[in-house]
Design a protein around this ligand. Structure first.
Ligand SMILES: O=C1O[C@H](COP(=O)(O)O)[C@@H](O)[C@H](O)[C@H]1O
Length: 233
């Protein structure tokens, strides 16, 4: 997998500084070349420190569009909401001027919500300039979970880019996730992982094997979009 560039750091603060600077450069170039930039971010616990660094970068944030790779089907004020994390840790200070398109919406259920979110995503300039993904210890990325009934459809490249309703067999909450076609409708994908156990899962995912077992393989083993992996202990 020589097309995947690995970046290892001594700690998460060093990683946050380096990755924040890297994303800033990509967004800046996009604004210069196309007048606007787009950034897809993930939720969970890992990206908070990075977001706190990124929000202070000197950028014309009013030209940046931000959306989510996935969302839990909970109120956007709930502790589990990825939107809440992004609003509280990224969309403050200078970055508050960015345009944010959340995935959670007023639809009565996730399936209808996925259609709503797919329509909302069309407002975000694409191909996305940067897609920032996380990974769980079970090898899920975005909300593409091993064992999910909707995983086959989510990974099917004949399905147009969009959002899908998906459940995990192990993690709480119904989810919305960008499908693989949407994640790959991008100029660059960055996998941001921290901790020794995730490094071990990543090593397994780098080896050939079923994507359904470790869905992160769907982005690691593709050759359409340049891919970087950022890791700190
Ligand atoms: O549930 C999720 O998990 C992954 C990984 O989260 P982390 O807490 O282990 O960093 C995350 O990338 C995804 O956005 C989130 O919904």
């Amino acid at each position: 997998m020589s097309w995947v560039h690995e970046h290892r750091f001594p700690d998460s603060l060093a990683l946050a500084h380096a990755l924040s600077g890297e994303i800033k450069v990509d967004l800046e170039e996009a604004i210069q070349e196309r007048g606007a930039a787009s950034l897809v971010v993930s939720g969970g616990r890992t990206p908070a420190r990075l977001f706190e660094q990124l929000r202070g970068e000197a950028l014309d944030w009013s030209k940046v569009w931000i959306t989510l790779a996935d969302e839990r089907w909970v109120e956007t004020t709930a502790a589990a909401s990825n939107e809440k994390l992004v609003r509280e840790t990224l969309l403050t200070g200078p970055a508050a001027a960015a345009h944010f398109v959340g995935l959670k919406n007023p639809a009565p259920a996730p399936e209808a919500g996925a259609d709503w979110a797919t329509r909302a995503l069309t407002r975000v300039p694409h191909p996305f300039d940067v897609v920032l993904l996380g990974m769980g210890d079970d090898g899920h990325t975005a909300s593409l979970f091993p064992g999910s009934l909707a995983l086959g459809k989510a990974l099917d490249r004949s399905v147009p880019p969009g959002c899908i309703a998906i459940n995990s067999l192990t993690a709480p909450h119904a989810r919305l996730s960008l499908n693989l076609s949407a994640l790959l409708d991008s100029r660059r994908i960055i996998l941001h992982i921290e901790g020794e156990s995730k490094w071990q899962v990543y090593q397994r995912a780098k080896a050939a094997g079923p994507v359904a077992e470790l869905p992160v393989r769907s982005v690691l083993h593709q050759k359409e979009v340049p891919m970087d992996v950022y890791w700190a202990p």
